[in-house]
Design a protein around this ligand. Structure first.
Ligand SMILES: NC(=O)c1ccc[n+]([C@@H]2O[C@H](COP(=O)([O-])OP(=O)(O)OC[C@H]3O[C@@H](n4cnc5c(N)ncnc54)[C@H](OP(=O)(O)O)[C@@H]3O)[C@@H](O)[C@H]2O)c1
Length: 330
C-alpha cells in the first residue's frame, strides 16, 4: 500500500509518500481501507516533536489520527464488525503509538471504531470524532453548566472550535466566538454563535464585556493560549471556568494569577488522551444526541487529494473553517 511515512526527522516537510507493506489484523483488530482521513494540529506537533504528551512512536511512523473507511480484514475475537462494514475511528492510539490514517490501509483495535452516524456523509464522518469529543469534554469537564450559560470559544473556526460552537448552541447556551477572520464571523453565527469578536482587535475584550454586561463569560473553551488567554480571563464572570484545550499561540506571557482571585475563577486542562474507550463511546453517544436534537452537522473546510498532504497541512496552518480532509481512496 501507499503511505505517508515519517522517518523521525523534525518537521512535517519530512513526510514522504512511499510503498510500505500492508497491515495485518491481530487479535481484536480490524484492517480498514481508508476512504478519507482528517488532519489535526496534533499530527504536526508529533512530527515537530512538541507533542504535549510523552510520545515516541516506533520509527518509521505514519501520522493521522482520524478517518473512516471500509473494513477489509477482521482479526480473531472481533464480534461486532464484519468485512464490508463502513466505520469511523473513535479517538485511540492510531497515528500516535501505531501507524495512522495517512495511508491506504490502517489497522485499528475494534473497540476504537464507531458506526457512521445515520444520514452523515463519509466526508462528514471522517473528521468528526476527535473534535466533537474534545469539544464535549471541554464543555462538560466542570459538571453541568447553568441553563443558558455564556460560553466563549477561541479559535472558533477550527475543528474543535466549530464543534464547540455547535454543541454549546445545541445545549442551549449563549455562544461568543472568536476568529481573526471577519469573513468567518457570519459563518460562526450561522453555526450558533450569538456574538463574534476578532481577537486581533485590541478592544475585543472591552467590547465583549460591554455586550454581555451585567453578565460575564461562564465558561471559556480555549484553543489558543498565548497572549489571548489573559484577555479571555478579563471577560470572565464570577465563578467562571476556563477549559484549556490547545495552545496554538504558544506559552502565555506575563500571566498574573491575581486576576483570578476576586471572581474566584478556575482554569483546568482537558486531555482527551486520558479517556478510556468506554468513556469515549459514552461521550460520542452524548455528542450524537446533542447534534441530532439541533440538526447540526460536521463542517468540512476543504478536501485534498491523497498526494497533497503537504498542501493540506498548509491549509490547516492558515486557519480553516471546519475540518481539512485527505481523499485517500480517490
Ligand atoms: N487537549 C486535547 O486533548 C486536544 C484535543 C483536540 C485538539 N487539541 C488542540 O486544540 C487546538 C485546536 O485544534 P483544532 O483542531 O481546532 O485546530 P485548527 O482546526 O487548526 O483551528 C484552530 C483555529 O484557531 C485559529 N488559530 C490558529 N492559529 C492561531 C494563532 N497562532 N493565534 C490565534 N488563533 C489561531 C484559527 O482560526 P482563525 O484564523 O479563524 O482565527 C484556526 O481556525 C490545537 O492546539 C489542538 O492540538 C487538544
Amino acid at each position: 500500500m501507499k503511505a505517508w511515512l515519517w522517518d523521525g526527522l523534525r518537521g512535517i516537510d519530512h513526510l514522504r509518500l512511499t510503498e510500505v507493506s500492508d497491515p495485518v489484523a491481530k487479535d481484536g483488530e480490524v484492517v480498514m481501507e481508508v476512504h478519507y482521513a482528517a488532519l489535526n494540529p496534533a499530527d504536526r506537533y508529533l512530527a515537530e516533536k512538541r507533542y504535549p504528551y510523552p510520545v515516541n512512536p516506533p520509527l518509521p511512523h505514519v501520522l493521522g489520527r482520524d478517518g473512516m473507511g471500509t473494513i477489509i480484514q477482521v482479526g480473531k475475537g472481533v464480534k461486532d464488525v464484519r468485512v464490508g462494514d463502513r466505520r469511523a475511528i473513535l479517538r485511540g492510539d492510531v497515528g500516535v503509538f501505531r501507524w495512522g490514517t495517512f495511508a491506504e490501509r490502517v489497522s485499528v483495535s475494534a473497540v476504537n471504531l464507531v458506526e457512521i452516524p445515520a444520514g452523515w456523509s463519509e466526508e462528514e464522518s471522517a473528521g468528526a470524532t476527535l473534535v466533537y469529543m474534545a469539544a464535549y469534554r471541554a464543555l462538560t469537564m466542570w459538571g453541568q453548566l447553568k441553563p443558558n450559560a455564556v460560553v466563549l470559544v477561541t479559535g472558533a473556526s477550527g475543528g474543535v472550535g466549530v464543534a464547540t460552537v455547535q454543541l454549546a448552541a445545541a445545549m442551549g447556551h449563549t455562544v461568543v466566538a472568536l476568529s481573526r477572520s471577519e469573513e468567518k464571523h457570519r459563518r460562526l453565527k450561522e453555526l450558533g454563535a450569538t456574538l463574534t469578536f476578532n481577537p486581533e482587535n485590541s478592544r475585543w475584550s472591552t467590547d465583549a464585556k460591554a455586550a454581555l454586561a451585567p453578565r460575564g463569560v461562564d465558561l471559556a473553551v480555549d484553543n489558543i493560549g498565548g497572549k489571548l488567554l489573559p484577555e479571555v480571563i478579563d471577560t470572565m464572570g464570577e465563578l467562571g471556568k476556563v477549559s484549556l484545550v490547545g495552545e496554538l499561540a504558544g506559552p502565555v506571557p506575563n500571566f498574573n494569577t491575581a486576576t483570578l482571585f476576586s471572581r474566584r475563577l478556575r482554569i483546568g486542562a482537558m486531555a482527551l488522551g486520558y479517556y478510556t474507550p468506554e468513556e469515549g463511546h459514552a461521550a460520542w453517544q452524548e455528542v450524537l444526541c446533542q447534534l441530532a436534537r439541533s440538526g447540526a452537522r460536521p463542517l468540512v473546510d476543504r478536501m485534498f487529494p491523497f498526494e497533497q498532504l503537504p498542501q493540506a497541512f498548509e491549509r490547516l496552518g492558515e486557519g480553516p473553517m471546519g475540518k481539512v480532509l485527505l481523499n485517500v481512496k480517490r
